[in-house]
Each structure stands twice: as structure tokens, then as C-alpha cells.
Design a protein around this ligand. Structure first.
Ligand SMILES: Nc1ncnc2c1ncn2[C@@H]1O[C@H](COP(=O)(O)OP(=O)(O)O)[C@@H](O)[C@H]1O
Ligand SMILES: [Mg+2]
Length: 317
């Protein structure tokens, strides 16, 4: 029987979802794509289970592709799969931690991974001190949570910083101020780490005067070769956040790579195009490796149990 893979995705026809499904199928998996919002978690005295239209879902592996807007619900479903002992790329904790820019930065800073200096602004009174800590203007102002560049601004005057921070505070968002890495204006490097290995990389460039290089804002992508330092920083970032699949974003600062963020559901279209690497096949290969490891472990445990019962029967004989 084929091992069963569930891809949690809101869009079965999205490039990344299709690619992951195709390559997993080629690697021997029976694949189902399910909308996480169509799943129900039921917990009772028998434990927890997940249902789709009344039918319990059973599988050996799950790849969650949880969009930002459904993080909370998505994470609850992923956690349930975890409790059922299924292989998960990536675990719920990794998804959750990577979506909070301050928390992710704290974890990386603690582990010695280089990041741009970042300060949380709790209130307007806090602003001057926070700004001084990141070296003053120009600086980047961003919300704790957000994606595709939507909550990220470059501020060149104190007044502009104050205005952006106040707007965010009024909307209940939690603003961060961050050192602006000027030499990296309008570009960054995306590194795809799969199963503890760098699989592919690309440089992204913003269009025109835009300073954010997000692909979804119309930036362009190109091939890039990474040196040892960039590889090692990208691997550490993915490792600290406990991700099997990670899209690590690096700024090229004067002093070397700085990790900007780590994405738990990285898009594959730009990077497969720019690098020519079959990233989806690498993910499928990693799924097979994880499954093999579990099967080996189970076999080992069964053999241990057999040999112990042999010994016991010898003693009692
Ligand atoms: N401190 C910074 N210095 C220079 N450029 C930055 C900085 N922070 C963000 N950028 C640019 O803005 C883009 C979006 O920022 P990011 O923090 O990754 O937010 P998002 O999660 O919305 O993608 C980055 O890809 C990068 O090009
Ligand atoms: Mg980003």
C-alpha cells in the first residue's frame, strides 16, 4: 500500500501545491489536497481525530501550507496531526514562531544567528529609546505579523517613524523598528533549506525605487551562488526554528548575511524558475527519508522486543 500524504492547502491549483503533490506522487505517495478550513478537529475521551465531511482522516504524512490569514485555525489542525504521530513538514510550533517577527528574531539572536538590530515599540513614549537602539533614521518600521511586504515601511525622518508607529499602535498592531541595511536596498536572498540541506537559492530584486524585494510586489528573481557563510547562517536559522522546509530570507550586509525572516510555507515558483532546481522533488525525497527512518526504528524496536522475550523465556526455562 502507498503511504498517504495530506497537503493542507486552500488552493489545489496553486503552483507550489501542485508541484508538491506531483513530485510526492512520483516518489510513491498517495496524495490528497485538503482545504484546512474544511477539516474538523474532534476531541473526546478517545483522544483527538480530524474529520473531512464526516470521514476521519488517516495518513502517514502532512505538508501544511497554512496562509497567514488562517494561522490560528491551521496551527490547531497541524497540532492535532502531530498528536496522532504523523510526519509533519513543518511542525505547528515552527509555523507559529516564524509568524511572529519579534519572537523569531529573539530565538535567532539567542542562538547567535546574525539579524538586523530590532526593537519592539510598546508605546509612543518608548519610541525615542527604541529608535536610538537601532541607530536612528533611516530605519525600517514593520508590524510584528505580516507577509508579502504589506506591513513594512522605510522611514527617513523621526517624524515619519512616529507617524507610522502611532498608526500601528492605534490599530492594535505591534510595531517594530529595525536597522535599515542600506547596502541591501531593494534586494535580498531567499534560501530554500530542505531536511537540513541548502537545496536552492535566488536573489530577489525590487522593481523601481521600491525597497522591498518581495516577489508578490513585482520584484524579479535571479540565480545566485552562496558562499560558506551564507550557507551556514541559512542552515542555522532553519534549524533554530525547527523547520524541515524553510525559506530563509537573508540581507547582504557589509558585515555578511543577516537573517530577516524564515518562512514556513515558502513559494516554489520563483525559486524553481530562478535556480533550475526541482525543490518539490527534494521535499518528496525528504518525506521518504523520514518515513524510512520511522520504519527502521519500528523494526529495531520489534527486534528488541523479540530478543528480550527470548531471553526471558530462556531464564524461565
Ligand atoms: N531592515 C531592512 N533593511 C533593508 N531592507 C529590508 C529590511 N527589512 C525589510 N527589508 C526589505 O523589505 C522586504 C519585506 O520585509 P520582511 O520583513 O521580509 O516582511 P514580509 O514578511 O512582509 O515579507 C524584504 O524582503 C527586504 O527586501
Ligand atoms: Mg519577507
Amino acid at each position: 500500500m502507498y503511504p498517504r500524504l495530506v497537503i493542507l492547502s486552500r488552493g489545489a491549483r496553486l503552483y507550489s501545491t501542485r508541484r508538491l503533490a506531483d513530485e510526492a506522487q512520483k516518489a510513491g505517495w498517495a496524495v490528497r489536497i485538503l482545504d484546512p478550513l474544511s477539516l474538523t478537529v474532534v476531541v473526546d475521551e478517545k483522544g483527538g481525530r480530524i474529520f473531512h465531511r464526516g470521514w476521519p482522516i488517516e495518513c502517514e504524512a502532512v505538508i501544511p501550507r497554512i496562509g497567514y490569514s488562517i494561522t490560528r485555525r491551521g496551527v490547531a489542525i497541524v497540532r492535532q496531526f502531530e498528536q496522532m504521530g504523523v510526519i509533519i513538514l513543518n511542525p505547528s510550533l515552527s509555523i507559529q514562531q516564524s509568524r511572529d517577527k519579534l519572537l523569531a528574531s529573539q530565538l535567532m539572536a539567542d542562538a547567535g544567528v546574525p539579524i538586523p538590530a530590532t526593537a519592539h515599540v510598546a508605546s509612543e513614549e518608548d519610541l525615542d529609546r527604541a529608535l536610538a537602539r537601532v541607530g536612528g533614521v533611516p530605519c525600517v518600521v514593520k508590524a510584528h505579523e505580516g507577509t508579502q511586504g504589506s506591513g513594512v515601511f522605510l522611514a527617513r525622518t523621526d517624524q515619519h517613524v512616529r507617524q507610522l508607529v502611532n498608526q500601528m499602535l492605534e490599530r492594535g498592531m505591534r510595531p517594530l523598528v529595525q536597522t535599515y541595511i542600506e547596502e541591501s536596498h531593494g534586494q535580498d536572498i531567499r534560501v530554500l533549506v530542505v531536511g537540513g540541506k541548502v537545496t536552492a537559492a535566488m536573489r530577489r530584486r525590487a522593481s523601481g525605487s521600491e525597497f522591498r524585494s518581495n516577489f508578490h510586489l513585482g520584484g524579479s528573481v535571479e540565480q545566485v551562488n552562496l558562499n560558506e557563510e551564507y550557507i551556514s547562517v541559512a542552515l542555522s536559522a532553519a534549524n533554530i526554528l525547527g523547520m524541515d522546509i524553510a525559506g530563509v530570507d537573508l540581507l547582504e550586509s557589509r558585515d555578511g548575511p543577516l537573517v530577516l525572516e524564515v518562512n514556513s510555507s515558502p513559494g516554489l515558483e520563483g525559486i524553481e524558475g530562478a535556480s533550475g532546481v526541482n525543490v518539490a522533488a527534494a521535499v518528496a525525497q525528504h518525506l521518504n527519508d523520514r518515513l524510512d527512518a520511522i520504519e527502521r526504528q519500528q523494526k529495531g524496536e520489534a527486534e528488541m522486543a523479540n530478543s528480550t522475550s527470548d531471553k526471558q523465556s530462556m531464564i524461565s526455562d
